[in-house]
Design a protein around this ligand. Sequence first.
Ligand code: NA7
Length: 533
Amino acid sequence: MTEDHDLDVVIVGAGFAGMYMLHKARGLGLSARCIEAGGDVGGTWYWNRYPGARCDVESMQYSYEFSDELQQEWDWSERYATQPEILSYAQHVADRFDLRDDIQFDTRVESATFDDTTGQWTVRTDHGDELTARYVVMATGCLSSTNLPDIPGRDSFEGASYHTGRWPHEGVDFTGLRVGVIGTGSSAIQSIPLIGQEAAELHVFQRTPSYSVPAHNRPLDPDERERIKADYAAFRDVNRLTPTAIGGRRPSIERSALEVSEEERRAEYEARWADGGLTYLGAFTDLLIDPAANATAADFIREQIEAIVEDPEVAKRLMPDTVVGCKRMCVDTGYYATFNRPNVHLVDLRETPIEEITPGGIRTSDTHRELDAIVFATGFDAMTGALLRIDIKGRDGQTLQDAWEAGPRTYLGLGIAGFPNLFVITGPGSPSVLTNMLVSIQHHVEWIADCIAHMRERGLHRIEATLDAQDQWVDYVNMVADFTLFPSCNSWYLGANVPGKARVFMPLLGFPPYVERCTEVAEKGYEGFALQA
Ligand code: NA7
């Protein structure tokens, strides 16, 4: 138990956001402490150790750019980096910049309370630590609070059960076991091909089929790596200007899917399918705006599923009928083909829902399946879960839980009215999960650091988003989402995966206009924020 008073900043979380924030705060000469629940740095990549865990943004893009030495000295080995490689990169960064000295691991922040008289935050942890600081930066991650569905009998299961987002560090050997995987989102789609190779029998419990494009992962060609490194800044600059801050291997052309011929459209989808990866959806400008355009991209994926999966009934069940891209698209290595294995079985929960988990397995409406292990690949209480789990009290004793009862409200995703000197990195209302997270994180950290520097230079001690600016921002985020097909399905972007969670589209679409707005706000002396001495 430690007491640390009069810090400049407390940072919550030591994933990529918290690590860079700490480095940046030190660079400004601020006294900073970072509190991390995990046993080491890495955040998402510390916890998500399930088989096949891999980033679906290419490795040459999913890294920090703030230090040229760092980006030159680190060599990624594959097109898409594995979780262990990303974690060792995070550890390398922690070593290189001596970050661990100011990070307290294995400690969870339980509360943060603002004192209006002193203008200080008091942060308390589950170890009884008490820290006071002028600023608190929440670097708590968008996908860090796991969603473990409350299925009847869940805790009665006598076999082993796992959540993909809290995977045992020593790994799991499924050899010879009867395994059930609940869920078919990204984590399931990455792990199922590997679990299917090991398990005696694998039952996949699918509620909603996902669209997935092949990763076509491969060792990174050293020439390609060196070509990018020779002008890394230019490579980053080009990628940052795309709506998702993710660069593609094919040029983006401003055209509608409906204004080209059938042959041209097909050729584009085929080329993108052959390239692999998330930029499939960048084929045409209106794929997420016009349902008819979207249907052409969805049809193409359904055709691929039909061609890959040998049993036509299984293929049909694997075919999504929703808007493609509306839920996070997945990137896989051999996912659909895994269902051609004789030991892998698809259970369609739309036909036969789960009734209960029993001590021996899972009962659906038609039968009981005996299982030795259950994998919950059931996702996260995304974007707000980690923040709301902390008892955050702002001005006048107002809690964040109350302020966000009807859904999260922020200004720029960075500040919250009623919560002075509290910053959020990649918070709801910022592009975050719809972008390359590393790019968004760096943008936020730099914006926050510049803001604190601005205040120090002017002897200002308090900053708070105004209610007006926040209301307008929330309207803007909703307006942009409503212009697209995103609100049309039950995605975690909308909070729809967690029972009882307010249905609000949380991320903002479009990275470049967002960055422009943030810059403009700063240039106008932090317009929309109230600053005080
Ligand atoms: P996701 O994408 O939220 O996927 C969770 C999956 O679990 C999804 O298929 C859900 O079906 C399913 N799910 C959730 N609750 C249940 C219950 N009660 N019964 C059956 N199935 C259920 O999480 P991931 O971890 O795969 O991926 C998260 C992000 O990480 C991903 O988007 C990338 O950004 C990286 P549903 O679709 O809700 O019907």
